[in-house]
Structures are given as structure tokens and as C-alpha cells.
Ligand binder design. Structure first.
Ligand code: PMP
Length: 372
């Protein structure tokens, strides 16, 4: 099997699976219980907060766990929603941001212009700031095309205008892969999700700088476990998330992933006619390579590859069934728009896997073009 759909989700690290099982078997008390067994569970959460705080250069009390990045994003966007407040975002956000802005009531939500690679227009950001803006929410690494936004520059523009405007970044495709030092990025809030870095599904989190915590409200009420996300903590999954982030950051696989990305890029460019690499060559996450093929239906190609046990995505898994909002936002040529495939890498992939993928891809495209 060749699994090239790691932006949708990753295989859990063995160490993370073992850690989760160990906690579930041996430290299963409710982390809110006041007895000593419960406190052991609570301590595992505290330990995990320390790990995340170290990875992103924050304080332990600025780390909050949620049920995933969709919840994290919704918490942030709902917290600032009011008929007096405005927000700025982009047209290329993940649906958990895009749809949240469509459902929580703001006075106005302003969308920034972007270029054909998805880089947002910083002049446009400067021009669109006004005194009603309370939140700017920007995707750090785009989940579909890999584009990395210059968060430091974005933050400077915002903070020069008004340091009380909150900058939230969706770092779901960034954490564990590229630098997420929040002090350097100068963001106020950051969302993340464990299943994107070989941790368990259903657990994610938020970095919320102490300056902004008073503005944040939960979307689920009832538990007193945490300020922002109620319900009994899934502390075994939280603990496993800590094991995973520690391993992915220690592993330093970035250079290898970069080589994989360039290798497949080169193979596609030189072997497959009428292909267009959407992911920018610079300032792009090497973990994601989005490519469009002329006169191809991506779904048909996904199923063709699947017959050889090669797994990729057509667009992002979260935009299943929708026409592709992100590819429209970067103004992709109509002849290519239905034929975009996202390859997303992990260190489990080898160069031989990519040789096979390129061969099957070539024969699939030739066959589909001949018969469709
Ligand atoms: N934001 C981005 C950029 C993502 O890629 C994803 C997952 N596809 C999410 C948010 C949602 O994450 P989760 O699955 O943890 O809800």
C-alpha cells in the first residue's frame, strides 16, 4: 500500500498507540476526580501541556485541548462574533473556518485577495483594517495546496494598526512540520489537531495567549474541566498526542520530505503531459503537492490509483462533494479544475513508492483521456 493522503490524516505512531493503550489500561480515572487516581490522569494532561508549550514556545497555561481543529476554529470564530464586530479572513480557509464565519453572526466578514498560488495580498490587508475589526483568521499552511502564509508580516501589519486585534492562525497542517514558534510568528491564537502529526483522531487544541483568554467562550457548556472545551477529558488521547508531537518534532524528517516532494514534482513535470503543479515552488509545505491534470476527472483517477493500492485525495477530504472553492479562489484554468489531485507525504513513503505512483498515474491518465 502507498498512502499519499497524509494531509487528510496520518497513521498513528506505534509509540503513540502504545502510550494511549497504557493510559487507558492503567490510568483510566476521570481527570477531574479529586482522588489521587484522578490526579494521576490530570497530571498526564499537565505533562502534555508542557510538551506542546515547549514545541511552540508558549507557556503551559496557554495550551488548551479540544476535540480537534474544527472545534478549535469554531470556538475562536464564535467567541468574537457579535453584531458590532467585523473580522478579516481569506477565501482559501479550511471549511471549519469558512463555514463558521457563514454561521456565526458578525457585522461583516471581509475576505482578502490572494494570488494564483494562494498567497494573500498584504496591501489588501493593510487597506481593509478598520476600527471594527476584532479578529483576523488566517490559514498558516493551506490544507489543499500547501501554501505557507507569511504570518510574521501579517502580524506586523495588524499590530501596527491596533495591537488589540486578535490574530488567529489555523496551524493544523503546520504543527510538527514547520516552525510554529508562536512568539516568533506573533500570533495570539493557534489551532492544531493531533491526527495530522501521527497522533490520535478526535483530539486537538488551541494555543491562546493569556492576553486574549478572557475573550474566549466555549461552544459546549456543562463541564468544568477546562475553560473552553467541556466534557470529560480524553486524557489518554491527549497524552498520546503529546507522545506523537514529541516524536515528529524530534524526528526532523523535513529534509527527507522535501526530497520526496521534489522527486514526484520532477517526475510529473517530465513524464505527464498537460499537467500543472498548483503548489508553489517556494514558501510551500513539502508535505503537500497539489497537481492538476487537463481533461481529467479527479475522482476517476483517485479510484484508478486505488486499484493499485495508491491512496491520494481529489481536493481535500473535507470538501468531498462540493465544487472546489479553493481552486476557484486561486482562479485555476477551467480545463484543469476538475482534475486536481493532492499527494501528501509522510516519512513512511519511499522513493520506490513514488516511482510506482508516477507509473500508475501516467497509465491512468492516458487511459482516462482516451476513453473520456
Ligand atoms: N484546518 C485544517 C487546515 C485542516 O486541514 C483540518 C483537517 N482537514 C482541519 C482544520 C480540521 O481538523 P480536525 O479533523 O481535527 O477537525
Amino acid at each position: 500500500m502507498i498512502y499519499l493522503d497524509n494531509a487528510a490524516t496520518t497513521k498513528m505512531y506505534k509509540e503513540a498507540i502504545e502510550a494511549e493503550i497504557d493510559v487507558a489500561e492503567n490510568f483510566y480515572a476521570n481527570s477531574s476526580s479529586i482522588h489521587s487516581f484522578g490526579m494521576e490522569s490530570e497530571n498526564l494532561i499537565k505533562e502534555t501541556k508542557k510538551i506542546f508549550a515547549k514545541v511552540i514556545n508558549a507557556k503551559e497555561n496557554e495550551i488548551y485541548f479540544t476535540k480537534g481543529a474544527s472545534e478549535s476554529n469554531n470556538i475562536v470564530i464564535s467567541s468574537f462574533a457579535s453584531l458590532e464586530n467585523m473580522a478579516i479572513t481569506t477565501s482559501i480557509e479550511h471549511s471549519s473556518v469558512f463555514d463558521a464565519f457563514n454561521n456565526y453572526k458578525y457585522k461583516k466578514v471581509i475576505y482578502l485577495k490572494n494570488d494564483k498560488y494562494g498567497f494573500i495580498d498584504l496591501e489588501d490587508l493593510k487597506n481593509k483594517l478598520n476600527d471594527n475589526i476584532k479578529l483576523v483568521s488566517i490559514i498558516y499552511v493551506n490544507n489543499e495546496i500547501g501554501t505557507i502564509q507569511d504570518i510574521e508580516k501579517i502580524s506586523k501589519i495588524i499590530k501596527d494598526y491596533d495591537e488589540n486585534i486578535c490574530l488567529h492562525i489555523d496551524a493544523t497542517q503546520a504543527l510538527g512540520k514547520i516552525d510554529c514558534n508562536v512568539a516568533k510568528l506573533s500570533c495570539d491564537i493557534m489551532s492544531f489537531s493531533a491526527h495530522k502529526f501521527h497522533g490520535p483522531k478526535g483530539v486537538g487544541g488551541l494555543y491562546i495567549s493569556n492576553k486574549f483568554i478572557a475573550k474566549i467562550k466555549p461552544i459546549i457548556y456543562g463541564g468544568r474541566q477546562q475553560v473552553i472545551s467541556s466534557g470529560t477529558d480524553n486524557h489518554q488521547a491527549i497524552y498520546a498526542a503529546g507522545v506523537a508531537i514529541k516524536k515528529q518534532t524530534v524526528d526532523k524528517e523535513y529534509a527527507y520530505i522535501q526530497k520526496l516532494n521534489s522527486y514526484l514534482r520532477e517526475k510529473i513535470n517530465s513524464h505527464i503531459s498537460d499537467s500543472y503543479i498548483i503548489s508553489p515552488e517556494n514558501d510551500s509545505s513539502p508535505y503537500i503537492l497539489d497537481v492538476a491534470f487537463k481533461n481529467i476527472k479527479a475522482e476517476v483517477l483517485v479510484h484508478y490509483l486505488e486499484d493499485s493500492e495508491i491512496y491520494v485525495s481529489s481536493g481535500s477530504a473535507c470538501s468531498k462533494g462540493e465544487d472546489n472553492r479553493i481552486l476557484r479562489a486561486i482562479d485555476l484554468d477551467k480545463a484543469y479544475i476538475d482534475g486536481a489531485i493532492r499527494f501528501s507525504f509522510s516519512s513512511y513513503i519511499s522513493f520506490e513508492d513514488l516511482d510506482k505512483t508516477a507509473d500508475v498515474l501516467k497509465s491512468g491518465i492516458e487511459m482516462i483521456r482516451e476513453f473520456m
